[in-house]
Design a protein around this ligand. Structure first.
Ligand code: CTP
Ligand code: ZN
Length: 154
């Protein structure tokens, strides 16, 4: 079976976003980042461990009626660095973006260090530098490597 054939398991969408080439096992984190838990009413299709010619296996997430903000793409890049974001309009891929990690993410993650200035009730937005294997708080230098999505501020 070819990649195209297997992808037909997850049907095409009319309008919305297809996040393709997500590392196998990360699809549910992608949904968490998008804040999608089903309560919003949008149609969501998730393919997990779908065979992929280039990746072996991959996950794929399709969300109808929803396009993504720059900020969401920034966090997404941390857990799905190889993802392709396709904006679909009237069944056609209208825009295709290869995700790229930003140098910094501001206001999206919380610092796990409770003594950090960003946790002191001051009006200070969190800021993390993106490093090779995670993110580092720009204020207290605490490094978060795993389960970055547990630290989402949203
Ligand atoms: N897709 C979809 N609904 C549509 C159009 C596309 O769900 N109406 C999905 C396809 O199934 C695919 C992704 O969006 O997973 C990208 O579509 P397309 O660019 O046509 O596929 P490829 O050329 O294989 O993409 P790439 O080159 O990025 O691998
Ligand atoms: Zn900190």
């Amino acid at each position: 079976m070819t990649e195209k054939d297997t992808e037909l398991r997850v049907s095409k969408i009319r309008d919305g976003t297809v996040i393709d080439h997500v590392s196998a096992g990360e699809a549910l984190h992608v949904l968490a980042i998008l804040g999608i838990d089903g309560s919003g009413g949008e149609s969501v299709s998730v393919g997990m461990n779908v065979p992929s010619e280039t990746m072996g296996h991959k996950d794929i997430v399709k969300v109808e009626g929803r396009e993504m903000s720059e900020a969401e793409l920034d966090v997404l890049s941390l857990i799905a660095p190889d993802a392709t974001v396709n904006i679909v309009r009237d069944y056609e891929v209208a825009e295709k973006t290869q995700i790229e990690p930003p140098e910094q993410v501001t206001g999206l993650l919380t610092c796990p260090n409770r003594h950090c200035i960003t946790n002191a009730g001051e009006p200070v937005a969190t800021r993390f530098d993106v490093i090779d294997d995670g993110v580092r708080c720009a204020y207290c230098e605490t490094i978060v490597r795993e389960d970055i999505t547990d630290h989402l501020a949203v």
